[in-house]
Ligand binder design. Sequence first.
Ligand code: APR
Ligand code: PHB
Length: 396
Amino acid sequence: MRTQVAIIGAGPAGLMLSHLLYLQGIESVVLERRSRDAICATIRAGVLEQGTVDLMSDAGLGGRMRREGFRHEGTVLRVGGVDRRIDFVELTGGRAVMVYAQHEVIKDLVDARLASGGDLRFEVANVSLHDLASSRPFVRYGGYSGELQTVQADFIVGCDGTHGVSRAAIAPQALQTVEHRYPYGWLGMLCKAPPSSDELIYALGDDGFALVSTRSLQVQRMYLQCDPRDQPEDWSDDRIWSTLRARLATRDGWQPKEGVIFDKTVIGMRSSVTEPMRHGRLFLAGDAAHVVPPTGAKGLNLAMSDVRLLSRALIRFYRQHGEDLLDAYSATALRRVWRAQRFSWWMTSLLHRAPGADAFERKLQDAELDYLTRSRAACTALAENYVGLPVGPLWD
Ligand code: APR
Ligand code: PHB
């Protein structure tokens, strides 16, 4: 079969791209390795930048997000038991974030694509990409019942995440990957409890980082800095709660609200960027091209800003036959990616205890935190990066 744009991967990047193209009359096929149930159940981060919130709304997908998400107008930095609130709205001229889980975004996108007859193919196997340098690239895959299928397209977009096949289809000498690994990981857990706080709390205690986030009035999400080699079984419920209590303790006796823990995962932390984000008629978007550590929750937002740019470029191509935006895509996307990398790295380094840090590094970290508690300029820099640097209009 033939389509205009073949999209590999039904994560936030692939699904949003398919939806934005559909809204402008451009056909696509989305090929996803996992089942619909699996992609709708995968637990990931849950903070939408202002630009992602606006994108969801402009794309007609904002209804449930506005009803069920939580608008957060600030966040709390808790260092050594003392709180400093960062007021996003005041510091950024009215911008804020929405706490709305990534899998809810996925559900909204899948529902919208299927309701408008979108071609989403789940549980495909052995996807391979061909003739990327020609103007008639194609994708092969094994369908649900095993027979080999071919999708011919004008363009292929690799939205298949960090372990996908798209990036690997490009000769390594045509790409450059820059990577940084952090000497710590996060233990993430979900528990049945009421919210402990109206706003997220990013805390640094003597022995490391803790984060209080939320999913709903009944389910809470919390994270702890851990050894990246830890297994979830290394963390008994008691150990989790006592570590959270210690790292989050304030001088006036604040305690997290406890409840039954029903999910535990260990998350590794790395920064990685692959350049360029294009090879012939193949474009990369989202985690297929870059990964950020979770502090600051930029992963989903970067995936969304990539496909927003790419959809504009593809729309221009089909409307005016102009390739200028397609040619500019990689460089334009990478500028934002690197700004987000810098911010994610900075926030991560600021709020974690690095094993092996020397006295000088520890003192620098203290000084950085001290500056943040005293300087409005430093708080503004945090706030504007956290809510996301402004993006242009969705369509001309
Ligand atoms: N064939 C088809 N689909 C694939 C293949 C493959 N070979 N490999 C991976 N996929 C699918 C995955 O199953 C997943 O559903 O591609 C999708 C990629 O989605 P994400 O990993 O969510 O990536 P992306 O859409 O770029 O979103 C980035 O998601 O990973 C988080 O933290 C990350 O928040 C960030 C966001
Ligand atoms: C989350 O709710 O999962 C979350 C929130 C903030 C982060 C990372 C993850 O910085």
